[in-house]
Write a protein that binds this ligand. Sequence first.
Ligand code: BGC
Length: 384
Amino acid sequence: MTKFISAMAALAMVCSLASCGASTSSSQSEPESKPSDTNKTIGIAMPTQDLERWNNDGEYLKKQFEDAGYNVILTYSENDSARQNNDLIELISKDVDLLLVAAVDGESLAKTLDGAAEKGIKVVAYDRLIMNTDAVTYYISFDNTGVGKLQGQFVEEALDLSSTEGPYTIEFVGGDAGDNNAKYFFSGAYNYLSQYINSGKLVIKSGNNEFEKIATKDWASANAQKNMESTLNAYYADQQLDVALCSNDSTALGVTQAIDSSYKGSNSVIVTGQDGDIENLRNIVDGKQSMTVYKNVNDEAAVTFEVCRKILDGEVPAASLVDKLSVDVTYDTDSYNNGKKYIQSYLLAPYVITKDNLQLLVETGLYKWDSNKKYLESATPAEE
Ligand code: BGC
């Protein structure tokens, strides 16, 4: 009996010092909580392989989870929301332990994901919020309004709006209406520049000053190109266009093509973007695009992994997780309401890249200079 008690006491002591409890002490080297049970499967649903970033996201996420020992099933839905619904139904039927979803159309997944929640499968919204369902537990993204604001600030500085007379012309090019982020990008930029629009210093000749009018189906370059060609022909045949405020790089790509083919003016139009896609970085070097807002998706994947691991361990990630992450991230509980509730969000910080600070991208380890040190290329070639 005595032996038994002392064995228990010894075990309790080991537990409290090292690995058995979830409690954290304030000692300098914080003991790790108990190792995670990694015999679990994560279902990851990404929107499309057409865009550079989602291939990177899928790859980085898969690697994070697999390196830790989890099983991963990764799906892409080619921007087709019906297909993504089917992909999710299949993942649910395979009894995955957690679903990580970057929605094609944030409005169309509620019923399917309610079904996942009923089976006890946790749902995490990745990058894009999923609307009208209680099933979503967490949201990991960037400060989406901040992305637009950075684009607006860039334009303000490039045209020196606070101290010059103007007027200057601007057109907005937004993202897909089914992507909840797209509205935040637009409003972040538009609201930042609205003082200049209201005072007439910035003029939108097309009159397209609402998200619904500037949305680009599927975020596709071809659609952005077509829309911008029409705008240029209708409003800028003999007028100068100063700014094309594009929400991301795929739309910026279409817009620069439209400017190449259909713009008569001789000025170089200020073109914004987002993501740091390789082709756009080439355009930045060549002076066809002015900036991109960079979002390090490797960091987004790393934060996502930590949040999901906690959920899978039955813990509550909450605010304290932020202190343990080496990435600049904010825990936010009152910005993103999905129509049912405010979703606890982890929001990473985006930053501006221009031709003058491309080296910052090299320092992320995800890009490298080409042999002529002129353009950037990916430092993480796609897996075979
Ligand atoms: C992402 C952007 C991306 C866009 C198009 C958005 O939801 O946040 O980074 O450029 O989708 O794929």
